[in-house]
Design a protein around this ligand. Sequence first.
Ligand code: AP5
Length: 216
Amino acid sequence: MKLILLGPPGAGKGTQAQRLQDEFGYRQLSTGDMLRAAVASGSELGKQARAIMERGELVPDALMIGLIDGRIGEPDCAAGFILDGFPRTVAQAEALDRMLAQRRTALDHVIEMEVDEAALVARIVGRFTCAKCGTGYHDTFKRPTKEGVCDVCGATEFTRRKDDNEETVRTRMAAYRSQTAPLLPYYAGRKLLRKVDGMAGMDEVYRQLKAVLGRA
Ligand code: AP5
C-alpha cells in the first residue's frame, strides 16, 4: 500500500498515519519528523532547515526530494508506506512520480483530510508529544489516561514543537493554501484523490480511512 495523506497543518495526518502504521505495518514517512530529527542532530540538513521551519515556510524542494528518494526503497517500506507531509509542492509531486516509476511502482491512494481551517489553530497549539516515544497528545482532545504519564511508555517528559504557536501556524496555513493545495487537482486529474472528513472524531476519521483503503 502506497499512500499520501494530504491536508493543512493540524488536519490529523500524523495522528492517523501512526494508527495505520501500528495496525497494518505501513511505514509512516513524516518529512516534518525527519526534519526535526535532522535539526536535533545538528546535521547539515538540520542547519539549513531550522530557521525556515521556525518561520513556518517550506524547506526547498531539492532537499525534500533527496530525503524521500533515499527513504522509500528501504526494507521497512516493503509492506507499504504512508507519506505524511510530502509532497507539498507540484515539483515534489512530479519528483515522486519519477521515483515511483523508476521503481516500477505507483501510488494506491491520495487521501485529503478535509478540515475547517478555523478549528486548526486550537488543535495545533494544544498539541504535545511524549519526549521518549513520540506518542502524540492534545490538551483537550487526547490527554494521557494518567495525568503527566505517557500511556504507551510511561515516560513523564513531554515536548511541544517550536512552530506550534499561532503566528507560525498562520504562515504554515498560507503555505498550504498557496503551495500544497494545487496538489488536489493534480491528483484528482489522475483519479487518485479520495476524501475523508477530518473534522470528525479521531476514531471516525480512522474508520473512514480504512474504508477508503478497503480494510474496514
Ligand atoms: P509537518 O511536521 O509536516 O507539519 P504540518 O504539515 O504543519 O502538519 P502537523 O504535523 O502540524 O499536523 P498533522 O496534520 O500531522 O496533525 P496531527 O495529527 O499532529 O511540517 C513542519 C514543517 O517542516 C513545515 O512547516 C516545513 O517547514 C517543513 N516541511 C515538512 N515537510 C516538508 C516538505 N515536504 N516540503 C517542504 N517543507 C517541509 O494533529 C494535530 C493535533 O490535533 C494533535 O494534537 C491531535 O491530537 C489533534 N487531532 C488530530 N486529529 C483530531 C481529530 N479528528 N479531532 C480532534 N483533534 C485531533
